[in-house]
Ligand binder design. Structure first.
Ligand SMILES: Nc1ncnc2c1ncn2[C@@H]1O[C@H](COP(=O)(O)OP(=O)(O)O)[C@@H](O)[C@H]1O
Ligand SMILES: [Mg+2]
Length: 370
């Protein structure tokens, strides 16, 4: 019997919410062993967040690929931020360099255009590796896209690892900037994006209140639903698409332009109900019985969202469980996922499947920088 090696890996994640960089130091074999050692989120300053927003706006307004390739000039800003945060994490937890086998780094997504098979994550693994002198596994999505996948959602195998604890059919919904779902039962693994979870709410909070998010859902609770707008939203073509499917932060921008015309809290309430709608419509696509729905990501702290979701799911016979009740920190799950994926990459195990990203066959991913 061969003994499978367990690696010490730091996973680094910065999602579409652009709220900060999450770091998780774990021991894992990339299959069925994970032990979390240290983890923390490092929040972005408002200044840095505004810089990222400007980069995204710029990239989404330019049409030609040639111009998009000029993004390199922005990349240094993001690369330096990663270096700064990783150094701080290592120092804060006194992690020895010799006790880090790899860093798994997702990069900062600034553009995701599945229709044209393009996705851009900023952050140069090569430069980070050179500066820190630690092996980096990055570019997790590139090979998937080359093989006909959408490059997203890429963390499904980690979610499956968690779902393996359940004998009855269960799914994980990640309420990040964008919501995605991962269903796993008896070897079957399905994952796809559902729609915006927090991006619309966050953008409206900034528009009306110069705040980054609706803390605990307090504004949504005090608003009223705009029935006409939500009925219009339900008819969006994205919801009609079958899985696999993924989504760009900008796709739902048109609704932001409608929502901002409403009264402040009514806009935030309606945007929050849009999140509920995309979960409801997304669940219908699965056409499978789900007993447990596990919620992770920052949106699980939005008490309004969770209250409405619990009520709706109760009627469908689905039990809502917050990931924290399974002893995982829901703010750091995706960082853990990239550490786990780094080991899968090194061990030449697939990262994506036809039923997760739409790739033609089980596909390896990630590039090792050493
Ligand atoms: N206390 C809270 N109340 C309501 N929403 C919250 C709270 N904390 C975080 N969030 C939401 O979660 C988002 C961050 O979630 P996260 O899982 O980090 O997403 P991403 O992976 O896109 O970065 C924030 O932008 C915010 O919308
Ligand atoms: Mg985040």
């Amino acid at each position: 019997m061969s003994i499978v090696k367990v690696y010490n890996v730091i996973g680094i994640m910065s999602g579409t919410s652009m709220d900060g960089i999450d770091c998780s130091y774990i021991k894992t074999d990339g299959v069925n062993f994970v032990s979390i050692i240290n983890e923390n989120s490092y929040k972005y300053s408002q200044n840095y967040r505004n810089k990222l927003k400007k980069i995204i706006k710029y990239l989404n307004n330019i049409k030609s690929l040639k111009e998009k390739q000029r993004i390199k000039k922005f990349e240094n800003i993001v690369t330096n931020k990663f270096i700064q945060v990783i150094k701080k994490f290592i120092k804060d937890y006194n992690i020895k360099h010799s006790s880090i086998d790899y860093i798994g780094l997702s990069g900062q997504t600034v553009l995701h255009d599945p229709k044209n098979k393009k996705t851009i994550q900023l952050g140069s693994c090569k430069k980070i590796q050179k500066k820190l002198q630690i092996k980096i596994v990055g570019n997790f999505r590139e090979n998937d896209i080359k093989n006909g996948g959408q490059g997203s959602p890429i963390g499904a195998f980690y979610h499956q690892y968690i779902l393996n604890n359940y004998s009855s059919p269960a799914a994980i919904i990640n309420l990040g900037g964008i919501a995605n779902i991962c269903y796993s039962h008896k070897k079957e693994l399905i994952a796809y994006d559902l729609g915006p979870a927090n991006v619309l709410i966050d953008d409206l909070m900034y528009y009306f209140y110069k705040k980054n998010y609706d803390k605990n859902g307090n504004k949504a609770i005090n608003g009223k639903l705009d029935k006409k707008l939500i009925d219009f939203y339900k008819k969006d073509n994205f919801f009609k698409l079958n899985y696999p499917k993924s989504l760009d932060r900008e796709y739902f921008k048109k609704y932001f332009n409608q929502l901002k015309k409403l009264k402040n809290n009514n806009a935030i309430h309606t945007a929050s109900m849009m999140t509920i709608v995309c979960i409801d419509l997304g669940l219908k696509l699965i056409k499978k019985k789900i007993n447990e729905l596990i919620i992770t990501g920052g949106g699980r702290k939005n008490l309004f969202l969770i209250k409405v979701l619990k009520k709706q799911c109760k009627n469908k016979g689905i039990n809502i469980v917050l990931i924290d009740n399974l002893n995982f920190n829901g703010d750091l799950l995706e960082a853990q996922a990239f550490a786990y994926l780094a080991v899968r990459s090194v061990r030449k195990l697939p990262l994506s499947l036809p039923t997760t990203t739409g790739v033609k066959k089980p596909t390896l991913g990630g590039i090792l920088y050493k």
